[in-house]
Design a protein around this ligand. Structure first.
Ligand code: F6P
Length: 337
């Protein structure tokens, strides 16, 4: 078989380990040919590809980013335009035929899973792998990239404690997550945050102010507030800035904000993410070898299995009130809003 592989959407640690997992298994175990497609679906529209060999796959396990490059090209986007008068999904079908691809492996987040599901519905042979630091892809317990992002955010929160304490300040740290609060919840709990705000749980700024003032009364002269970028704000300022200013008004305590930004997405994956990427990559290739198309690999408990793409597309996996870290955090007096 000759398979194509692409990476689409925002990058994250573990993509290269997944490319390696898919491709090495394909070449070594199944004797397949692997064609790397550059810049996500854009490369399939323009035919920008390279053959991947065992040699070109070496050194990828711990490398951040994606060696194939990525883009946010969405071929099914309404009014997404045509290329030389041909609509993009048709062009993708033609180019897959031209390149002699028996199957396409798509590594990406929610947008990519949606596109993959639509291509599969057109009758194309598709297998996908969930990738995002946000951990918001439906159907998988964890997506690779999440553990690395949480590890980086936790380290940042750890570092804020000493400077917050020295200056008796409130330190607000804004982390990524899009519409989901997974990174804020996991790094906030691991980093000992006093207040953790996520989009899924509404907050009352007066209550947050009371919590912080109560801490001062009990002799705790500083507080750490972890906020997800997607929480409700005035719509004008970033989440971290908005909450820091509001806390100053509520408490009169000097507050500072830190936006962690793309540092969460860059650099080397954790050991957990390397191994998850390797496992998911290998299982994706097994699906291809078995011609079990139209599916996304996923982690359920400690088992890697797969789920139909049609079940995943268009859904978001959000934090719920009964999430164990929320329940245990609440019992310990951590404020979620
Ligand atoms: O989905 C991953 C993510 O990093 C989000 O957490 C963040 O909101 C977004 O991508 C940023 O995307 P961009 O690369 O388009 O700035």
């Amino acid at each position: 078989m000759r398979i194509g592989i692409l990476t689409s959407g925002g990058d994250c640690p573990g993509i290269n380990a997944t490319i390696r997992g898919v491709s090495k298994t394909a070449i070594c175990e199944w004797g397949m040919e692997v064609i790397g497609i550059h810049s996500g679906f854009q490369g399939l529209l323009t035919g920008d590809v390279e053959q991947l060999t065992e040699k070109s796959l070496s050194g990828l396990l711990n490398l951040g980013g994606t060696v194939l490059g990525t883009s946010r090209e969405k071929p099914f986007k309404k009014n997404g335009g045509t290329v030389d008068g041909v609509d993009k999904p048709t062009l993708i079908r033609r180019n897959m035929e031209k390149l002699g691809l028996d199957c396409l492996v798509c590594i990406g987040g929610n947008g990519t899973q949606k596109t993959a599901a639509k291509l599969a519905a057109m009758g194309l042979n598709i297998v996908s792998v969930p990738k995002t630091i946000d951990n918001d892809i439906w159907g998988t317990d964890i997506s690779f990239g999440f553990d690395s992002a949480v590890t980086i955010a936790t380290e940042a929160i750890d570092r804020l404690h000493s400077t917050a304490s020295s200056h008796k300040r409130v330190m607000v740290i804004e982390v990524m997550g899009h519409k989901a609060g997974w990174i804020a919840l996991y790094s906030g709990m691991a980093g000992g945050g006093d207040v953790i705000l996520i989009p899924e749980i509404s907050y009352d700024i007066h209550h947050i102010g009371d919590v912080i003032l109560n801490r001062v009364k009990q002799g705790r002269n500083y507080s750490i507030v972890v906020v997800a970028e997607g929480i409700a704000t005035d719509g004008q300022s970033r989440a971290g800035e908005y909450i820091a200013r509001a806390i100053e008004v509520e408490t009169g305590i000097e507050s500072r904000e830190t936006v962690l930004g793309y540092i969460q997405r860059g650099g080397s994956p954790t050991a957990f993410d390397r191994n998850l990427s390797t496992r998911m990559g290998g299982h994706a290739t097994e699906l291809v070898a078995n011609r079990d198309f139209g599916r996304m690999v996923r982690l359920k408990g400690n088992e890697v299995s797969s789920i139909p793409l049609a079940e995943v597309a268009g859904k978001l996996k959000l934090v719920t009130e009964d999430e164990d870290l929320v329940v245990q955090g609440r019992r310990m007096g951590i404020c979620f809003g």
